[in-house]
Design a protein around this ligand. Structure first.
Ligand code: SF4
Ligand code: FES
Length: 368
């Protein structure tokens, strides 16, 4: 007997979609795609328990459900809030959300150094993207920023704690996909830090995946550090018959000519590792750090980049433009920059010749 799956309706930024019960607002927005999707710095769909730490995914709930259409009094973390039937959510259509997100980004940048020009994560950093979209050109913070010494945690990974935003993703990776976790967040508040505590090396076949989930440049690949900028390299999809149990053997090689500069897991449009047969495609340290010859891999073709990213630059052949949703959700209103100036301002009257006006032009010059 066929079981009927009941779906529920949710409207996000004027777009209505049917989703399965139990879906979070963030995942419902991901099903719509494009700009409607809130950013997520700590949530990672492949890591159980992630989310609820960074607050970048805040949204406004304008109506809770059909049964109780009252708005929620505060903005909610979309990665941790489930949808209800008839819920109305605002993300890019809410001024409150934009304002709150500006504030969250300001907080995230209080201690984060603006060292993108020398950071290996530049070009693929989610905080860099957020900084461009919501950051201010100055800071109001007057105190000394907290700084930490760089720490080698194992032979392949360097921890640059000064850049960490305490999203907890790397601790979930260690907990859920390696056989033992030797690092975590120690201390509280402004002193909180990722550490191995007694300077233990992280030595595990899957530890490299912590680099892939880190949304900033706090965990970097020591075999790639300072070797190249990611936008100068060409990503290709490749696979090999890896014998490490649980390694999917599918990776992205970052090439310059024939040289393999870096190997990473393959990422999806949300910057998360791709899934194969319903399982996340984590790769082992042998594939990532020790297999850097093209002949060890079967190359499938150039990686398709579906996020707005400098990595997509100059690779016109395979660039996939993300879906454009701004016009759709703003009730068809074109962005202001594209307004015809003649129809909205008398100042640009083509019958008035500015060069014939004595002195600077005044509003009275355009009246007749
Ligand atoms: S090191 Fe990276 S992944 Fe780990 S908590 Fe800090 S920002 Fe998150
Ligand atoms: S992504 Fe929701 S709180 Fe961080």
């Amino acid at each position: 007997m066929e079981v009927e799956i009941k779906t529920i309706k949710v409207t996000i930024d004027n777009i209505t979609i049917d989703v399965a019960p139990g879906t979070t607002i963030l995942n419902a927005a991901r099903q719509i795609g494009g700009d409607v999707t809130p950013p997520a710095m700590c949530y990672y769909s492949k890591l159980e328990g992630s989310g609820g730490k960074c607050r970048t995914c805040l949204v406004e709930v304008a109506a809770g459900s059909t049964a109780d259409p009252r708005p929620m009094p505060k903005l909610v973390a979309s990665c941790r809030t489930g949808v209800m039937d008839g819920m109305i959510v605002k993300n890019i259509t809410s001024e409150k959300v934009t304002d709150a997100r500006n504030g969250v980004v300001e907080f995230l940048l209080l201690n984060h150094p603006l060292d993108c020009p020398i950071c290996d994560q530049a070009g693929e950093c989610h905080l860099q993207d957020l900084g461009y979209e919501h950051g201010k050109e100055g800071t109001r913070y007057e105190f000394a920023r907290r700084t930490f010494k760089k720490e080698d945690i194992g032979p392949y990974i360097q921890l640059h704690m000064t850049r960490c935003i305490l999203c907890y993703r790397c601790t979930y990776v260690a907990d859920q996909i390696t056989d033992k976790r030797v690092h975590g967040i120690v201390d509280r508040g402004d002193h909180a830090a990722i550490s191995t505590y007694i300077s233990k090396a992280i030595d595990n076949d899957f530890s490299g995946n912590m680099i892939d989930v880190c949304p900033v440049g706090a965990l970097t690949d020591k075999t790639f550090r300072f070797k190249n900028r990611v936008w100068f390299t060409k990503p290709v999809d490749a696979h090999r018959n890896c014998t490490t149990p649980s390694c999917c053997g599918k990776a992205t090689l970052w090439l310059r000519g024939e040289e393999v500069f870096r190997v990473t897991a393959r990422k999806d449009e949300w910057g998360e590792v791709q899934s194969y047969d319903g399982k996340p495609g984590w790769i082992c340290n042998t594939c990532r750090f020790e297999t850097k010859k093209t002949e060890s891999w079967t190359i499938e073709g150039v990686t398709k980049i579906s996020r707005h990213s400098v990595i997509g630059l100059n690779k016109y052949q395979t660039l996939e433009m993300p879906k454009e949703t701004v016009k759709e959700v703003m009730n068809g209103i074109e962005p202001k920059l594209l307004m015809d100036i003649h129809s909205v301002s008398g100042v640009n009257n083509p019958k008035v010749h500015l060069s014939e006006i004595e002195g600077p032009a005044k509003s009275s010059d355009f009246k007749n």
